[in-house]
Design a protein around this ligand. Structure first.
Ligand code: PLP
Length: 393
């Protein structure tokens, strides 16, 4: 007989757990056993949170700012986020059109819950971060993929082919995880026009906005009031300010949607950490020099990785325009012993002790994601081992 106490709902049973967090646990377990592993699977900056931001968090603690706050975040923070969006993204939002939450991941979850009816379609360009896919399914909606091939540049034309009367939401992520590709400005304008014309709502995840190696970031909501009123601009502190553990992200959009997200939040997490909120204010108000230094370091690592891996004939990739990942085609290296990118990565981990994420985790079989959010020391050793492995040595 079934043990009723431990019966898990079909909704959660069918959920695919986060593959990147899974890999991270595997690396931690191997290290705990004393096995040294070079981890190039990370989705977070390896830098420490800048000292002035940490000090603001410590001061919040010392001052006893340790209680529940307003559900969408303290007014001072929402004001600061609105200022940032005006200054950096040229979009004008009132603080009442901003909500802060426990990382942008949680905000995205609430947004899909708030927007989707059962059976609605959500168009997601792939390769993609599969959190979107699982969150869409949890909301009872259906992910519809717009499959991109290298160099993974999204176009309005490709999207239009995937739209139908059942399409409710379009998910954009530029710069993108895992490809590092961005959406070109003119194309973004066309996508905005398409969304307005077809009355589709846009969720624009701009969390890698500050980690950009060429061009300038543009927010889709900045193309005018008609697209602004049907866009949720999502962003956070994790990547730009190396604040992954603080768990704070935010979104801005039409007040009705922000109220709905806030209402959901009031029944799930109440509010994000009061301490993280104070630290986030300092991140936006204080010196942006650490961010520039981090970007500089990422630029050097990107150049190194591109240079060293382009010497391997059997693999191919396009240098990323943003984020901190190299998305590599390893198809030519697959064979009956290693038929998939997952098998390839497993063997790389077993034989060379290098952890990278297989493309299956991003709906892109035949590819692997190599993160350069790791020290130059690790990158050098990691790249050498990947090269040896690729050459069958
Ligand atoms: N969006 C993308 C594309 C990501 O890659 C990640 C993290 O890996 C997030 C959002 C979530 O960031 P956080 O919840 O830490 O704000």
């Amino acid at each position: 007989m079934k043990n009723k106490e431990t019966t898990i709902s079909s909704r959660v049973r069918s959920l695919a757990p986060s593959p990147t967090l899974g890999l991270d646990t595997e690396v931690k377990n191997l290290r705990a056993e004393g096995i040294p592993v070079i981890n190039l699977g990370l989705g977070e900056p390896d830098f420490s949170t800048p000292a002035h931001i940490v000090r603001a968090g410590v001061a919040a603690l010392a001052q006893g700012f340790t209680h529940y706050t307003e559900t969408p975040g303290i007014p001072e923070l929402r004001e600061e986020i609105a200022k940032k969006l005006r200054r950096d993204n040229k979009i004008s939002y009132l603080p009442s059109e901003v909500v802060a939450g426990v990382g942008s991941k949680q905000i995205l979850y609430h947004a899909f819950q708030a927007l989707c009816e059962r059976g609605d379609h959500v168009v997601i360009p792939t390769p993609t971060w599969t959190t979107y896919v699982e969150q869409v399914k949890l909301a009872g909606a259906l992910p519809v993929y717009c499959k991109l091939t290298s160099p993974f540049k999204l176009t309005a034309l490709a999207l239009a082919k995937r739209f139908s009367p059942r399409t409710r939401v379009l998910l954009l992520n530029s710069p993108a995880n895992p490809t590092g590709a961005t959406i070109d400005q003119e194309e973004l304008r066309r996508i905005a026009e398409l969304a307005v014309r077809t009355r589709i709502f846009v969720i624009s995840d701009e969390i890698y906005e500050k980690i950009l190696y060429q061009g300038k970031h543009r927010s889709i909501a900045s193309f005018g009031p008609r697209i602004r009123e049907r866009t949720l601009t999502v962003n956070g502190f994790s990547k730009a300010y190396a604040m992954t553990g603080w768990r704070i992200g935010y979104a801005a959009g039409p007040e009705r949607l922000i109220r709905a997200i806030t209402s959901l939040q009031s029944q799930t997490t109440s509010n994000t950490s009061s301490i993280a909120q104070k630290a986030a204010i300092e991140a936006l108000r204080g010196s942006q020099a650490p961010l520039a230094r981090m970007r500089q370091e990422f630029t050097l690592r990107r150049e190194f990785l591109v240079r060293s891996l382009s010497r391997i004939d059997s693999i191919s990739f396009v240098p990323p325009e943003g984020a901190f990942y190299l998305f590599v085609n390893v198809q030519r290296l697959l064979n009956h012993r290693m038929p998939t990118a997952s098998a390839w990565c497993a063997k790389l981990l077993k034989e060379k002790r290098v952890a990278i994420v297989p493309g299956e985790s991003f709906l892109a079989p035949g590819f692997v994601r190599i993160s350069f959010a790791a020290s130059m020391h690790d990158l050098k050793r990691g790249a050498r081992r990947i090269a040896d492995f690729s050459r069958g040595r």
